[in-house]
Design a protein around this ligand. Sequence first.
Ligand code: FAD
Ligand code: SF4
Length: 441
Amino acid sequence: MVRAGICVSCGACVALDAGGASRMRTTPRGPLPQFAPDTRLPELAWDACPGKGIVYPALYRAHYGKLPESWLVGPLLVVRTGHAADPAVRAKGASGGVTSAVLIHLLEAGLVDAVIVAKQGVPTPLEASPVFANARDQVLAAAQSVYIPVAMLDALARLEPGKRYAITLVPEQAAALRWLQTQGDARALQIAYVLGPYTGTALYPAAIQTFLRSQRVPRSDAVTSLQWRAGEWPGYLEIRTEAGRVLRSKKIYYNFLIPFFVTQASLQSMDFANEFCDLSVGDAWSPKFEAEGGGHSVVVTRSAEMEAIVARLVADGTLALDTVDPLGATEMHGHMIDFKKRGGFIRNGWRLALGLKAPDYGIAPESVPTSRKAVEAVVSGLFVVGRTGLARWIVAQIPESVIGPVFNRLRLGWKAASKPTKRKGLGNLRMIETVRDPGRE
Ligand SMILES: Cc1cc2nc3c(=O)[nH]c(=O)nc-3n(C[C@H](O)[C@H](O)[C@H](O)COP(=O)(O)OP(=O)(O)OC[C@H]3O[C@@H](n4cnc5c(N)ncnc54)[C@H](O)[C@@H]3O)c2cc1C
Ligand code: SF4
């Protein structure tokens, strides 16, 4: 998977190495497995590897006992919008602080011994790692989104026997963990609750260097801290340096890094709404909420136990959430749902046609209009050109104050122009199960 360029940096294989000496090593493409000479990987490591793809229909059946009724956002119980009621938690959170509020409750109610969260700045300001938190302050210190790959499942190797945990995972990691759980892996079964973000695109860590160069920060001026969603929702990237510089870029502006540094995991994934979490949370993008400000989330419960917890937290005033129509809520994320469900499928197919490796999720959209493939040719063409060394060098020469707003205008223009094609047939999206090629096994 690593050589083929489709490892999604989940860390599961390293945690499962019975030799115990393999590690996730830091690279410009995020953490990647470095296998020790005496690596002993069980068969399960291959089966659970989300880089090669996990067969989703089998996983839906094993975990939920059925296929999803909605192929847009996966099996669900209730969809709500809102935020954490405590203004301090809401302000700390990436969107509305609901994830952090629920994690704090799980800890304080004694439902788990610790929560495993992603923290930017560990072990160095430019890296991010899973950390164990067992108090409110520690959970809040790891709030916000981390937009570079974090090897969350690496933490499975550090669980203490007999303890129960909650964890935050991005979609491929959640699928891998569920696969391990369905296969009875003892450590995976210690994870009692899985929470995770809706996940559109993540960036390779090399993006940060380009951002710094575009802000004319010399290489000698080291970064001392980095936050991806600082300040008022939707937040800004904030980087502080040793020389005392404080760089801020609005979220909508630093999106210019996406075409140049989008991760392969973002492009190959077919899951946007984190369909194997007990609780999935995204930004509630809507003109109404954006005008109101303050941070709003869309919140999806997928297990009876998590639904009971969230309902209790709404009743006792910890969470300020309103139930909404599930299909209506998908309107907020139609673009990204299409990017994953149809775009991911098309891109993976094209990789295979070019002789490259791609994950196989065992599902395919029932039909993909030709116009949608044409839109994908433009999008993918942009990524292919953007990810070359020359394009990355050129973009580093343009000040963020210029490229940020220009890119934002182009993005909004493209989004409006491609919307009819990208939304066509999306509401009725159906997936079919595909027969896997046994030759790949
Ligand atoms: C890479 C990425 C892409 C995203 N793309 C979209 C998008 O396109 N559309 C959308 O609506 N929402 C997206 N989100 C989700 C959004 O940014 C918020 O994370 C989400 O709304 C939860 O907000 P919150 O206030 O409840 O979270 P918080 O209360 O801030 O808690 C977030 C929790 O998630 C953990 N976490 C953060 N990043 C990671 C990570 N990379 N891996 C594992 N755990 C993590 C944190 O440690 C923290 O505990 C994305 C998130 C990520 C990480
Ligand atoms: S995707 Fe995960 S399990 Fe697969 S090779 Fe990468 S780190 Fe290992």
